[in-house]
Design a binder for this molecule. Sequence first.
Ligand SMILES: [Zn+2]
Length: 416
Amino acid sequence: MFDLQKSSEDEDDDIEEKIHQDSSTVKKEVEYPYEFDEERRKKAKVYSKQKMYTGLLGGTLLSLLFLGIVYLSGFAEYLAIGIGDLTESTVLAHHWVNAAIFVALFFLLMFLISLPISYYSGFVLEHKYDLSNETLGEWMKDQLKSLTISLLLSTPIVLGLFFLGYSFPNLWWLYAGILLFVISGVLSNISHLVILPLFYDLEELKDEELKKRLIEMAESNGVKKVEKVLVVKAGEKTEKANAGFAGMGRTKRLLLFDTLLDKFHPKEIESVVAHEMGHYVNKDVIRFMLINAVLIFPMFYLAGEIFTYWGSFENIYQLPLFLLILYGLYSLVDPATLAYSRYREKEADEFALRTVKDGDAFVSTFKRLSDIALSEVNPHRLVVIFFYGHPAPIKRIKMAEKKVIAENTPTKKQKG
Ligand SMILES: [Zn+2]
C-alpha cells in the first residue's frame, strides 16, 4: 500500500458521532497544490518518535524479553506439563492436542503482555494527535478480531513446523518452506476478500466519472480487467489515507480509502493510484513472494540446526527458543529486505511520475500524506535503514521536484 507508515486505528469512549463517515456525498473543496503546515510538521516530529519508540519497546524488546524469560525460567515447561495434567483423563488426552492448547495459550499470553503498549500506541497516542475516530470499544473489538485471526493461523502453522521437524529431522526445512510459501501465497491473494471486510465496510465507488478515469488509466498502462473500484470506509477509524490493488485475475480490485477520496485533490488521487499501478505492472507482489521463498529455506535450515543443538522438536515447550532463533535470523536479513522494498517503492514512484506526468501533483500528494499521517519527512538514516519500507518522504518529494524542473527546462534542441 501507499502510505508512509503503517496506519493504525482508534478514538474516544462511547462517542457515537461518526462525522467523518459520509464521504461520497459531499465533496469539499481541497486546497491544491498542498503546502506543508508548520504546526503539523512540529507535531509530526514528536508523534513519529513516540510511535517508533513504543513500537520498538512493545513490538521488539518486549517480545524478546518475554520469549527469553518464559523459556529460561522454565515457565513454558511448567505450562506444558500443567496442560498435560489437566487433559490427562479427558478426551483431550493426546500429545498433539496438548501441543495445540500450549501454542494457543502461549500466543494469547504474548498478546496480553503487549496489550498495554499496543493500547498506548494504537489508541492513546492516536487520539492525542487526533488521528483516530474509533471508540475504545471499537478498538478492543478490532484487537480481538486480530487476535482470533492470528491464533487461527499461527497455531496450526507452529504445530505443522514442529510436526515436520519431529517427523523429518533432515528435510523438515524444505517441507516447511514449501508449506509456508503456499500459505503466504494464498493469504496474499484472499486477504482482501476475507480479512479486510472483517475490519472495514467496503462499497463500490459511486463517483462514476472518477471510476471511469481511474480504470481507463489502469487499463492503458497494462493493468487489465479491474473488476471493481472499492471504497474502504476507513474514515470511521482513522484519518490516515491509503490505496492499493488487490488480488489477481478475476478478483483484481482497486481499493481506495474514503479518507483519500475526501481529503485529496483528484490529481493527487491519480498520483496515488498510478503509484499502486506501478507496483502491479512491476509485479512487486510476485517479486516479494519469490524473495521470501528464497530466504525461507536457508532460514529454516539454519534455525533448525541451531535449535536442535539445544532443544528438540519433540518438546513443544521449547517453542520460545525456536522463535527467538528465528527472530534473530530474521533481524539479520531485515535491513536487506527493507532496502529492497524501498527500491521497489522508488520504482513505483518513477512509474507513477512517467504515467501521470505531473510532478507537482506528486509533490503535493506527499506533502499532504505526510501532514495527515504526521509522518517524519526527513528521518535519520539509521531509522530509515532499520524501519522504513518506503523511501523517506523528503526523498520522494525531491525526486518529483526534479521531474518538475526537468519538465520546465527546455532541452538543448529547443534552445536552438
Ligand atoms: Zn508503494
